[in-house]
Design a protein around this ligand. Structure first.
Ligand code: FES
Length: 118
């Protein structure tokens, strides 16, 4: 594993996401309310460019809401542009099937530099 400087923190403002290249790897960097997350831009379903999808929320349903649908996880879900599978950015897991999971990379900010370990 090696650490790479991928830019400065102003290039990744809160609410933004973009794909960076590190060597041959393409990694999606997401800033959720100041917290950075890094996921591979390869969907575990059929290898689509998942990190280029829209960041959104999703419809949820649970016992606490009497099994009625409600909008949740707003700004925390990326939807793969190929077939629409939604992933929780904070865990890398598909909402429809938690066993479908993306690898997560460590991304840190030091002295305004964003550093990605892959
Ligand atoms: S390739 Fe991502 S949902 Fe199918």
């Amino acid at each position: 594993m090696a650490e790479h400087v991928i830019g400065t923190i102003d290039e990744f403002p809160p609410g933004s996401h973009r794909v960076v290249s590190v060597g041959r790897a393409k990694i999606g960097i997401f800033n959720l309310d100041g917290e950075l997350y890094a996921l591979p831009n390869i969907c575990p379903h059929q290898f689509g460019p998942v990190c280029e999808g829209h960041v959104t929320g999703t419809l949820l349903s649970d016992r606490d809401h009497d099994w009625n649908h409600y909008w949740g996880l707003h700004g925390r879900v990326v939807s793969c542009p190929w077939h629409g599978i939604e992933f929780d950015i904070t865990t890398g897991r598909a909402l429809v099937n938690p066993n479908l999971k993306m690898r997560q990379y460590t991304v840190l900010v030091e002295a305004d530099e964003v550093r990605l370990s892959i």
